[in-house]
Ligand binder design. Structure first.
Ligand SMILES: Nc1ncnc2c1ncn2[C@@H]1O[C@H](COP(=O)(O)OP(=O)(O)O)[C@@H](O)[C@H]1O
Ligand SMILES: [Mg+2]
Length: 341
């Protein structure tokens, strides 16, 4: 049976007029997220990951941005909803967690009371019942002694516990889609792993879709089923984890993969991608990556390459022929493993 499409982003553009010019943060982006999957979004800082998802949540103010395209959530275009309608969707069917738990938790109120408040905000029920539900939620996100911890203030929780409480908050209304934007960046490594594991558990238990945004490719490889690589507000490459991590087709993805340690590559030299991300006001003509691309040729600075399957089995946005892509990636891999031995 085909999996339900929860979210479909079609030709999304989010441009911010500023004193320096138009910042093209998202510039023609397309992807789908299915129920039951973790969909990873990776890309250097500034590639438009957060803006994309904040736009879906209606958190980019119309007065500050020119937004076009479609963001279909369960078939309904979120970009056509007014703020009242959006508020009903957000926090209910569509929930988000952030790097900073205080984006969702108020420091002055007890964690339990905030959950109760959130429950009662969308649903009518006796307060006592809401409190029981809140306690159950704390238990299900792995807060020990939930009855006692219910009465704590957020600052009495550890960083990891606060992250768990924020996830509980996101789950209050059984969302269909959970967007997690760099949820573990501020945590230390062991706690990071626990939070990622929790997000996975929640995904399976509640049968929801998850968008996991992170610059940590290792995390994506561990938990996501599909991944979108973003560069300068557009998709560079998209496919299953195996497709993108084992047979990457875009030179930007090659660069990303060579810049991080890999399980199979103890001792290999890490090579950062040369140059820096482009200005989003004056983007390079053609493929925005071409000034940093060691494999560019004359076509690359002429027209923006569309994101499409050029025979490699998954969509990518690079003009090199499939034969060239396969050959170059194999050569780069050979060089990398040779350097290790
Ligand atoms: N309100 C805004 N006004 C102008 N530029 C913005 C605004 N919000 C985000 N941007 C710019 O949009 C680009 C993409 O940002 P973001 O989506 O946060 O990147 P990422 O999450 O991938 O690191 C950045 O260059 C950022 O400076
Ligand atoms: Mg971000």
């Amino acid at each position: 049976m085909a999996q339900e499409v929860l979210l479909e982003v079609k030709d999304l553009h989010v441009h911010f007029p500023t004193a320096d010019g138009l910042v093209k943060a998202v510039d023609g982006l397309n992807f789908k997220v299915l129920r039951g999957e973790t969909f990873g979004i990776v890309g250097e800082s500034g590639s438009g990951k957060s803006v994309t998802n904040l736009t879906a949540l209606g958190l980019i103010k119309r007065e500050t941005a020119q937004i076009s395209g479609e963001i279909l959530f369960k078939g309904q275009d979120l970009l056509k909803l007014n703020s009242e309608e959006l508020r009903k969707v957000r926090g209910k069917e569509l929930a988000m967690i952030f790097q900073d738990p205080f984006a969702c938790l108020h420091p002055f109120y007890r964690v339990g009371d905030q959950l109760v408040e959130a429950i009662l905000c969308h649903e009518k029920m006796p307060k006592k019942q809401a409190a029981e539900r809140a306690t159950d939620l704390l238990a299900s996100v792995g807060i020990p002694h939930p009855k006692e911890r219910f009465r704590d203030y957020p600052h009495q929780y550890s960083g990891g516990m606060r992250q768990r409480a924020m996830i509980a908050m996101a789950l209050v209304h059984n969302p269909d889609l959970l967007i997690a934007d760099e949820p573990t960046t501020a945590l230390d490594v062991t706690v990071q792993a626990q939070i990622i594991e929790l997000i996975e558990k929640v995904k399976t238990e509640f049968n929801i879709g998850v968008i996991l945004i992170t610059h940590d490719l290792g995390v994506i490889a561990d938990v996501a089923q599909r991944v979108l690589v973003m560069y300068a507000g557009r998709g560079a490459e998209m496919g299953t984890i195996d497709e993108v991590f084992k047979s990457p087709l875009h030179p930007y993805t090659w660069g990303l993969l060579e810049s991080i340690p890999r399980v199979d590559s103890k001792g290999t030299r890490l090579v950062p991608i040369e140059g820096s991300p482009p200005s989003l006001i004056n983007k390079p003509a053609g493929c925005a990556f071409h000034p940093r691309c060691p494999h560019r040729f004359e076509k690359c600075d002429k027209e923006i390459p569309a994101m499409q399957d050029r025979g490699g089995g998954h969509p990518e946005a690079c003009y090199l022929s499939i034969e060239d892509k396969k050959r170059i990636w194999a050569e780069r891999e050979a060089r990398r493993t040779k350097a290790a031995s």
